[in-house]
Ligand binder design. Structure first.
Ligand SMILES: *Cc1c(COP(=O)(O)O)cnc(C)c1O
Length: 552
């Protein structure tokens, strides 16, 4: 036993530069932020003492399409409008006695608290260049001001989870407090390591941004009080005076994890001694309360498939009549949402109640291959036309992902150039949580085809399984956690084979939907294989177990 316990005074603290939860007014870019928000929701439903620290970006990105091209537009958000209370303002110190004022806000929800911070010139999420001063200032703000805010308002964290390396300054601030308070460096480092967890979502350390000694001297050093701690940080720079944030998280954490079993195997990270870093696997789960169709969830509860905290009981088969009922309700909900949304031409669309619907809903990143089904136009057209089927695409490209901006435009032009395809394939603008839910409840089969080995976990497919979609997927990310044959697997030795496999599975999913027994069988098998993975309490329990804390 290591004696680590959680209480209201000593909560579980979670730092994340991204948070994605519109109900709380903060909209991240994708999976990393969704995970942070769901983790807080799961902690709340379990009654765990939990504090989350994250920036409040007052500039929020929205997407609109002009001639197939993604144009970014911006909306202003204010923490006050989402129930946050301003409790303090702090200064982040920069070189030459310059300071940067940050407002600190707080909101308590059940057993959890969100600390958030920002200012008018804080910038948007992922503002500026990858290794630029602006990013470093955001990261320093989160770590140093976030830590001070926690301490000032009563919390003395039992454990700190760093959701990605960008949050490393939380651990540096903790170390600085201990050393300034009189603990010697070695003991302080040991203390922090025992209680700090680094959660990695990236595959290769090489792909991460780096900062220079000059940038650290300007933006980080002025926020560290102890000379000894600064020397310790300085000692981690490379010979050419660069540092990666993951070097800090690796050196300051005793627990490290990746977000699926496959990811933990393939992530390639090294510590300062050049030793390969071992990662535990804690696969991302989701907050089922947030993502599941309420009617379906009620059925899961009534049959004992899930208990009231979304712990998995006995997975029993669902009646085809119920499945079809839930999907009909889901389709109506989807069409409700689509009334207020527009396609690539700025027009709202509706999907006929009895038509088969495929969807691809996730960030437009090249490795996720949104374009894959449109490689053989004759074939995709046949599948859709012969079966009266539709295909919805949605997802944003990262601001600076020029390749994907171009590929998206190319794809939309291809669709535009074909009258038949244009009738059955649409792209819905400005992908967000509302669309994610609407599509998982309202479509029949979802398509998830990352290049194998590239997806850290993915959670969209979990939303689909819980909402009784047939999953058509490559065996990657969290999908590969289970040696499962339940979903329709896309495989092949090369892309051409994978494409053939994808088309075969698309046809098969339509056949399955026509047959009650087949439909009930595959959806039951998917739930049986993946519900334990999807379950939020399973994820939270895995995290607590890293610290030998038992979830009751
Ligand atoms: C679930 C969700 C994600 C996560 O997507 P993955 O590609 O599965 O990691 C991203 N964005 C939104 C809006 C979501 O709802």
């Amino acid at each position: 036993m290591n004696g680590i316990k959680l209480s209201n005074q000593q909560p579980y603290a979670y730092f994340s530069l991204e948070f994605y939860d519109m109900a709380n007014g903060i909209k991240g870019a994708g999976g990393l932020g969704i995970l942070a928000a769901d983790t807080r929701r799961i902690a709340e439903s379990l009654g765990l003492p939990f504090v989350l620290v994250t920036p409040f970006y007052r500039r929020e990105m929205h997407q609109s399409m002009v001639d197939g091209e993604q144009i970014e537009t911006w909306q202003t958000r204010r923490p006050e409008d989402f129930g946050f209370q301003k409790v303090a303002d702090f200064k982040i110190n920069c070189a030459h006695r310059r300071t940067h004022k940050l407002d600190i806000y707080l909101k308590t929800i059940g057993s959890t608290t969100i600390f958030t911070m920002g200012s008018d010139d804080f910038g948007e999420l992922y503002a500026g260049e990858m290794s630029g001063d602006g990013r470093l200032l955001q990261q320093a703000s989160l770590g140093f001001a976030g830590w001070r805010a926690l301490r000032k308002f009563g919390a003395s964290p039992s454990v700190v989870q760093m959701n990605e390396a960008a949050t490393a300054f939380a651990a540096v601030a903790w170390l600085d407090e201990l050393v300034t308070g009189g603990m010697d460096l070695t003991a302080a480092v040991r203390f922090v390591r025992k209680r700090a967890l680094y959660t990695n979502h990236t595959l290769v350390q090489l792909a991460e941004s780096e900062y220079t000694m000059k940038q650290f001297e300007k933006i980080v050093l002025p926020n560290i009080q102890s000379r000894v701690v600064w020397e310790f940080v300085r000692s981690m720079f490379s010979r050419d005076n660069h540092i990666k944030m993951s070097t800090l998280t690796i050196e300051l954490s005793g627990k490290r994890n990746c977000v699926s079993k496959l990811h933990a195997k393939v992530a390639d990270y090294h510590d300062l001694m050049g030793r390969k870093v071992k990662f535990a696997a804690v696969t991302n789960g989701i907050d089922i309360d947030k993502w599941a169709l309420p009617e379906t969830l009620e059925k899961y509860r009534a049959t004992g498939i899930l208990d009231d905290k979304n712990r998995v009981g006995k997975v029993v088969p669902l009646e085809p009549v119920d499945i079809r009922k839930f999907k009909a309700i889901g389709r109506t909900k989807l069409n409700e949402v689509l009334k207020n949304r527009v396609d690539q031409y700025g027009q709202p669309v509706q999907i006929p109640a009895d038509a088969f619907l495929f969807d691809f809903k996730r960030r437009f990143a090249d490795y996720k291959r949104p374009w894959l089904p449109f490689t053989d136009l004759a074939e995709i057209k046949n599948i859709l036309i012969e079966n009266d089927a539709y295909y919805i695409l949605t997802g944003k490209a990262f601001l600076d992902d020029k390749v994907m901006h171009d590929k998206m435009q190319q794809l939309l032009r291809t669709i535009d150039g074909d009258a038949e395809l244009k009738k059955r394939v649409c792209y819905i603008q400005d992908y967000d949580e509302e669309l994610a839910i609407a599509l998982s409840v309202g479509s029949n089969a979802s398509i998830n085809v990352p290049i194998v080995g590239w997806e850290a976990c993915g959670t969209s497919w979990e939303k689909d399984i819980i909402n009784l979609d047939i999953l058509i997927s490559t065996n990657d990310g969290g999908v590969a956690d289970v040696a499962a044959k339940s979903y329709l697997r896309v495989d092949g030795k090369n892309e051409a084979e994978e494409l053939a496999s994808l088309y075969k599975n698309m046809r098969q999913s339509i056949q399955i939907w026509r047959n009650d027994d087949e439909l009930s069988k595959i959806l039951h098998a998917q739930l049986l294989d993946y519900l334990p993975t999807i379950s939020g309490p399973r994820m939270m329990g895995d995290y607590l177990q890293l610290f030998e804390i038992v979830l009751k």
